[in-house]
Design a protein around this ligand. Structure first.
Ligand SMILES: [Zn+2]
Length: 404
């Protein structure tokens, strides 16, 4: 069990970037990598050899010659190496396996009762990863034993499970992988997710906040070329993840980007689960919208019901969505003025809620400096339901590449 930072290879041509160029098809040879990175052929060769020896790249025979000896082609191995990923939400978890380029191999959504506590919930989700790895014939070596929770490594195949990334819908202390004062996870406060998982699987487990994973997944898939980005995850709860200089910015403890308990203007200020009043989460989260609608006498079961009402043009639900969008915009305006990102993207289940996105956008333009919004992209996260597990996989892949 190791947790460390993403590799410091933001400079062009780091191992992670070389791997990504091959994974995306931008490069098929050492010569391509040398041209893309601007690095000397010998440096590229050295890095490629290291990636090959770690099983992260493989040679697949000779490519087309441009005069002279035909170059050996490079590929990301498809022979079974996968990473496991868990994106835990308040009511559901997305669990998947992804290959070393970050592409989803298998994924499924499971219902979750977060109040069942961490051992039961995480135990079941780890078992699900096991099942997915086991059902992929190419990746079945080195599988995790569902019965004992320990890893069975028979060494008969090169690939198999290389690590597991887990997203938690609450604050995670990055250095330890421990959950600290989550607002909607009774029984989880102080739980050491990393240690729990390390006792059950024999591969690296990396734990992070769900908004950070969404940010990483969305950045890598939609805007890897942009250096500065802010991603807001608006679902049952509300949070954000920050990409700075091309890397996930966690801050000193891992709480960077946690906007849920920033105070917004609201009269009356609704009470928050944290004990304060008027927090963004108490005004603009999915849970807040459910509560507010019920208080107005609208019978609604959950966030799905709220979204349906908004889609149907319900007056009260739409007004609340606009108010939520303004609140998110107010907090984001401070963030944008302070941080000057190139893109602000809204994800989570409320991202498709048009009135919320529109009023967030309007508030941003109203409250931000012209220089900050001149070229600012304000958009939806388009990566779909696998964005969280994609981010989780990239955390692990970065770790594996850094270790290589
Ligand atoms: Zn609060």
């Amino acid at each position: 069990m190791t947790i460390d930072d993403a590799p410091r290879d933001a400079l062009r041509g780091g191992p992670r970037e070389l791997l990504r160029w091959v994974a995306t098809g931008a490069a098929v040879s050492r010569a391509d990598l040398s041209r893309l990175s601007g690095l000397s052929p010998s440096t590229v060769s050295q890095r490629v050899e290291a990636l090959i020896s770690q099983g992260l790249l493989e040679e697949t025979g000779a490519g087309r010659s441009r005069g002279g000896r035909r170059p050996r082609q490079l590929a990301v191995p498809t022979g079974g190496a996968v990473v496991g990923a868990i994106d835990l939400g308040a009511h559901h978890a997305r669990v998947g396996t992804l290959d070393l380029s970050g592409r989803v191999v298998q994924a499924r959504t499971l219902p979750v009762r977060i109040e069942d506590g961490p051992e039961a919930v995480l135990g079941a989700l780890l078992a699900e990863v096991t099942t997915l790895v086991g059902s992929d014939p190419a990746a079945s070596a080195g599988r995790v034993s569902a019965a004992t929770g320990s890893t069975v490594t028979d060494g008969s195949a090169a690939g198999a499970l290389r690590g597991i990334g887990i997203g938690i819908p609450g604050p995670v202390q990055h250095a330890t992988g421990r959950i600290v004062s989550p607002s909607r996870m009774p029984g989880w406060n102080g739980f050491d997710v990393a240690a729990f998982c390390a006792g059950r699987v024999d591969v690296p487990v990396i734990v992070d906040n769900d908004a950070n994973l969404m940010a990483l997944g969305a950045h890598r898939t939609a805007h890897p070329e942009l250096d500065h980005a802010v991603y807001i995850k608006a679902g049952t709860g509300i949070g954000s993840g920050v990409i700075s200089s091309g890397r996930l910015h966690r801050g000193a403890q891992g709480s960077a980007g946690d906007i849920s308990h920033c105070r917004v203007v609201a009269d009356p200020a609704p009470p928050c689960t944290c004990g304060n009043a008027g927090c963004l989460e108490a005004v603009a989260s999915g849970a807040a919208l459910v509560t507010a609608l019920r208080e107005q006498g609208v019978p609604v079961d959950d966030l799905t019901g709220v979204i349906r009402l908004i889609d149907d043009g319900d007056r009260q639900a739409t007004a609340l969505a606009r108010q939520a969008g303004r609140a998110v915009g107010e907090i984001l305006a401070v963030v944008v003025n302070f941080f000057n990102p190139q893109v602000v993207a809204l994800g989570g289940r409320l991202a498709d809620c048009e009135p919320l996105l529109a009023s967030m956008r309007a508030t941003l333009y109203e409250r931000c400096l012209p220089l900050a919004t001149q070229t600012l992209l304000i958009e939806r996260v388009t990566a779909g339901q696998d964005v969280g597990i994609t981010g989780a996989a990239h955390l692990v892949i970065d770790h594996v590449v850094a270790a290589a």
